[in-house]
Write a protein that binds this ligand. Structure first.
Ligand code: AVJ
Length: 330
């Protein structure tokens, strides 16, 4: 499904809804969730964090003093906007992967000056509101919202011009992928670029463990709420009987894997049921809910080079905690 919000002379956004095979999607979701819950150890994909409440909780996380990622990335974009503008010529097609409320890209519109903005996210409802508002503020930019599950293979419709595509993947979102999956994801982006394409990406860097651990164990407990809320979402999607009081948030930096791992840990022995199946958890048993990989700058630059991006320009903050990279097709 796609929604085209195209500006006309009167700046009125036109929304075109297309029909979807929703029953198939519901069955796929149930199957995916059930497979994860029955696995040993159990897991839930992090994409299920982002229901309506989860999306708001994530926005709150971005304001937490311990969660330096968003703030640091924003300041890098601000400090180096002239250099970023120098890398990306005006008139490109800016493809925003996991756009959410589109706020990060909107801040860069004056810097990048895209002709066409293509926000992509798993939830079209969230996107539609954001794009409608954005279209009012930037009537001269063509906007096309697309819904895609970026954890699955995805494509772009043929009407998105192939020339001068700039993919935008901020927020260290790539950190959710296992490095091999991240590699495949970057390869895919590369194949969707013509020779004049590029990728503007934000990545969180390896640093002192106490800083990483507190970023995912904030003192207000917002990350814990964000993690636990996934069970509410699963209950609605699967019809399961998770009780949030019986689970605790757990997150730590696993150095050997170079990733922060998040889990939900059973506070007591539990019997979780849903239509057609069930699973017992013993006290202390965990459900894996997220990996957040941290890279070294050289290793990530190598990764980009290995998939056919070259001439990378990068910017970091004063502590070298975070990096923003612009990679041109080699
Ligand atoms: C949106 C995947 C970048 O891994 O830091 C924040 C999600 N999880 N706090 C991250 C998240 C817990 C976030 N990403």
């Amino acid at each position: 499904m796609s929604i085209g919000a195209t500006s006309s002379a009167t700046s009125v956004a036109t929304l075109l809804h297309s029909e979807t095979v929703e029953d198939d999607e519901i069955a796929d979701t149930k199957q995916e969730l059930e497979q994860g819950l029955l696995a040993q150890p159990a897991f839930i994909s992090p994409k299920y964090f982002y229901d309506a409440l989860g999306s708001v909780l994530f926005e709150a996380i971005c304001f937490l003093p311990e969660y330096y990622l968003t703030r640091t990335e924003t300041s890098i974009f601000k400090c180096h906007q002239n250099e970023i503008a120098h890398c990306i010529q005006p008139g490109s097609t800016l493809i925003d992967l996991g756009a959410g409320n589109c706020a990060k890209a909107a801040q860069l519109f004056p810097v990048i000056g895209p002709a066409h903005y293509v926000p992509i996210d798993i939830s079209i409802e969230h996107l539609t509101d954001a794009v409608c508002q954005l279209q009012q503020r930037f009537p001269h930019i063509k906007m096309t919202a697309l819904d895609r599950d970026l954890s699955q293979p995805w494509t772009l419709p043929a009407h998105i011009e192939k020339s001068r595509r700039v993919f935008f993947y901020p927020g260290s979102s790539i950190g959710n992928f296992h490095p091999e999956v991240a590699l495949a994801f970057l390869k895919q982006i590369r194949t969707l670029c013509a020779n004049n394409g590029g990728l503007l990406i934000g990545i969180d860097l390896i640093k002192e463990h106490t800083i990483l651990n507190s970023a995912y164990n904030d003192s207000l407990g917002v990350t814990a709420a964000f993690n636990l809320n996934v069970l509410n979402h699963v209950n609605r999607k699967l019809g399961s009987n998770f009780n949030l009081d019986q689970w605790r948030h757990f997150a730590w930096f696993n150095e050997s894997q170079s990733r922060v791992e998040m889990y939900l840990e059973a506070r007591t022995d539990l019997d979780i049921c849903w239509p057609g199946n069930r699973r017992n958890f013993v006290k202390g048993e965990r459900i894996h809910t997220e990996n957040s990989y941290k890279y070294s700058l050289p290793s990530f630059l190598n990764l980009l080079e290995s998939v056919g991006f070259g001439a990378t320009t990068y910017w970091t903050d004063e502590h070298t905690w975070y990096a923003v990279i612009y990679a041109k097709v080699a």
